[in-house]
Design a binder for this molecule. Structure first.
Ligand code: FES
Ligand code: FES
Length: 159
């Protein structure tokens, strides 16, 4: 299998890797770069959203992205959300609202929520439900996530 060099901005830092072309962004993040916040909960079939990262401002299933497709892109993962050891307001709001239960879906859901709020700072419940429709959660029933996103939207937990 052919090996390629790929360079992209990962959580604001220029990152270059060498990889075989048939590998996914999810695999490279977890195995090569040690960023295990993005999860695989559906066998990498694009069904669960647990592997969500933000790619050029949009939430994507990283299991569906081949590594060769990310050349020159900007990628954000859950590991890049904290700033100076302070949790992002969405992370705090998810905890505060009880939207983190087993936690398996949480990194992906938070990144989807971040991309949503970046594009639409005051989403309705319906906007949030539609935004989260690709992020499966078997624990929370989604209402607590909606509460969390409204809480973060209001910035009420910012230090
Ligand atoms: S691992 Fe399930 S959508 Fe990517
Ligand atoms: S908190 Fe368990 S799957 Fe969402």
């Amino acid at each position: 299998m052919k090996e390629i060099s790929v360079t992209f901005l990962l959580n604001g830092k220029k990152t270059s890797i060498k990889s075989q072309t048939n590998r996914t962004l999810l695999e490279v993040l977890r195995v090569d770069l040690g960023l295990t916040g993005a999860k695989d909960a559906c066998g990498g079939e694009g069904e669960c959203g647990a592997c969500t990262v933000i790619l050029n401002g949009k939430p994507v299933n990283s299991c569906m992205v081949f590594i060769g497709q990310v050349e020159g892109t900007h990628i954000s993962t859950i590991e890049g959300l904290m700033e100076k050891n302070v949790f992002h307001r969405l992370q705090k709001a998810f905890v505060e609202a009880g939207a983190v239960q087993c936690g398996f879906c949480t990194p992906g859901a938070i990144l989807t929520a971040k991309a949503l709020l970046d594009e639409n700072p005051h989403p309705t419940d319906q906007d949030i439900r539609e935004g989260l429709s690709g992020n499966l959660c078997r624990c929370t029933g989604y209402n607590k996530m909606i509460d969390a996103i409204h809480l973060a939207e209001q910035g009420g937990l910012d230090d």
